[in-house]
Write a protein that binds this ligand. Structure first.
Ligand code: FAD
Ligand code: NAD
Length: 471
């Protein structure tokens, strides 16, 4: 059955990119339909990504802190026990509250929500295989593809989500593994590795490159956080490549060797987490039916206004270019709709923050030192350690630092890198500064409340154009 009414906008995918675009389109008065096959809105981020992982990170951190770091604060506790099913329940409560909230926002903004899998019938028609059985088809003047991404598999090691897990399985383990091996020392490996390490697993991160953190992290910051995570008990094997895996025994065996070649070594664990990146997901969309192509990395090719070569079909979020981040997808959701209604959309790709929610957190925006060196940019550096910040001292939480990179001549901020408590919130100020084209002196001459962690931010700025007071 083909619906007769033609919509202004049909969105395939109800993840962060798709649902934000749908709400924005509803607010702008467009007739909009959003098709999502998962059975709930919010995509990877709300269902199996950002939200459940942050719930586990917060609660595992509290558990770890009670076990290791309250006696010296004057708190004696008795028998501390982990109730993993309850920790998982708390996670599920956060997830379901937020995903249902989006359904409410759809209703509030007049967005039609179809539960099913969409595929192109022609350039203006999307057929939907409904989750409840049967099918329908929706016609749209404009179509927005926001189908997201999926985990990149490790060749030859099948993910069963119990012994060999992706992040999907790692947020839902039934018990704490004794030993966990993580292939890939990027954001997922370090966040999920932190969760299980805090809950008692012996976690080893196997990373191909010579540094942890994945793409974008400043090398000095990466070293700094590695040291701190090491103190917390995580083990690291850098410059190491995984050759093959064997899950046929009781646990899982991994054959590894030095990245540059060398003697092979066999590692064993109860659970292996595959976290070597994610790739765009466009399966079953029928792109070939309408003549749309993907590049060598599986990304649907678009122009600067998110248009494919069929101009009324646009693409945003993880299934196209740029960092695979929820807030990037969200910005694109708003901008893609504004291109339709106002002919102009704004996303500043130089000012998209990145945050790793370990403890301490790592956050950055703009360029890192490696990148500036490669580009031959003349820059100056200012840093301030949390050991010299009064609030971090009272909180007994002093690992980390703030680092500014600024143009050597003009003092314009080029990048901000933070490893420290609350870095993920603090980076918002750095992002705003970058967006407004601020200098480090603009930040350094702005009053910051005392005693706050943000004073470390101000003093690192001061250290860039002049000198910090407290260090
Ligand atoms: P997705 O969220 O993947 O949504 C796409 C949706 O489209 C899916 O729900 C899918 O079911 C649906 N779909 C696909 N094909 C069809 C079809 N044919 N018909 C109908 N529906 C379809 N980012 C952050 O910024 N911060 C974090 O803390 C963070 N933590 C993460 C933790 C983990 C473990 C993971 C895996 C990711 C994390 N991310 C985080 C990344 C973030 O989840 C993604 O960048 C974000 O979800 C991308 O949004 P999207 O809408 O493009 O894609
Ligand atoms: P990633 O790209 O961040 O890190 C993957 C790491 O695996 C890299 O360091 C890479 O060098 C390494 N690697 C690749 N192949 C390897 C191999 N064969 N052996 C050993 N190491 C190997 O990818 P991820 O951690 O899987 O995360 C995927 C995406 O999800 C990222 O784009 C990230 O932005 C997003 N994400 C974001 C957050 C957040 O914002 N807090 C949290 C989780 C995920």
């Amino acid at each position: 059955d083909v619906r007769t009414e033609e919509k202004d906008l049909v969105i395939i995918g109800g993840g962060v990119a798709g649902y934000v675009a749908a709400i924005k389109a509803g607010q702008e008065g467009l007739k909009v339909t959003c098709i999502e096959k998962r059975g709930s809105l919010g995509g990877t981020c709300l269902n199996v990504g950002c939200i459940p992982s942050k719930s586990l990170l917060e609660n595992s951190r509290i558990y770890h802190q009670i076990n290791h770091d309250v006696k010296n604060r004057g708190i004696d506790v008795g028998d501390v026990k982990l109730n993993l099913p309850q920790m998982m329940k708390a996670k599920e409560t956060s997830v379901s509250g937020l995903t249902k909230g989006i359904e409410f926002l759809f209703k509030k903004n007049g967005v039609e929500y179809i539960k099913g899998a969409g595929r192109f019938e022609d350039q203006n028609t999307v057929a939907v295989d409904l989750n409840d059985g049967g099918s329908t088809a929706v016609r749209g003047k404009n179509i927005l593809i926001a189908t997201g991404s999926e985990v990149t598999p490790f060749p030859g090691l099948e993910i069963d989500e119990t012994k060999v897990v992706s992040s999907n399985g790692a947020i839902a383990l039934k018990e704490v593994p004794k030993k966990m091996l993580v292939i890939g020392g990027g954001i997922i490996g370090l966040e999920m590795g932190s969760v299980w390490s805090r809950l008692g697993a012996e976690v080893t991160i196997v990373e191909f490159l010579g540094a942890i953190g994945g793409p974008g992290m400043d090398a000095e910051v990466a070293k700094n956080i590695q040291k701190t995570l090491g103190k917390q008990g995580m083990k690291f094997m850098l410059n190491t490549k995984v050759m093959s895996g064997d899950p046929s025994g009781q646990g899982v065996k991994l054959e590894v060797e030095a990245a540059k070649g060398g003697k092979a070594q066999t590692l064993e664990a109860d659970v292996v987490l595959v976290a070597i990146g994610r790739r765009p997901y466009t399966q079953g969309l029928g792109l070939d039916k309408i003549g749309l192509e993907t590049d060598s990395k599986g990304r649907i090719v678009i122009d600067s206004e998110y248009r494919t070569k069929i101009p009324h079909i646009r693409v945003i979020g993880d299934c196209t270019f740029g960092p695979m981040l929820a807030h990037k997808a969200e910005e694109e959701g708003v901008a893609a709709v504004e291109y339709l209604t106002k002919n102009y959309g704004h996303v500043n790709y130089n000012a998209i923050p990145a945050v790793m929610y370990t403890h301490p957190e790592v956050a950055w925006v703009g360029q890192n030192e490696q990148e500036l060196k490669e580009q031959g940019v003349k820059y100056k550096v200012g840093t301030f350690p949390f050991t010299a910040n009064s609030r971090a001292k009272t909180n007994l939480d002093t690992d980390g630092m703030v680092k500014f990179l600024a143009d050597a001549e003009t003092d314009r901020i080029l990048g901000v890198h933070i490893v420290g408590p609350n870095a993920g919130e603090m980076i918002a100020e750095g992002t705003l500064a970058l967006e407004y084209g601020a200098s480090t002196e603009d930040v350094g001459r702005t009053s910051h409340a005392h005693p706050t962690l943000s004073e470390a931010f101000k003093e690192a700025a001061m250290a860039t154009y002049s000198k910090a007071i407290h260090f």
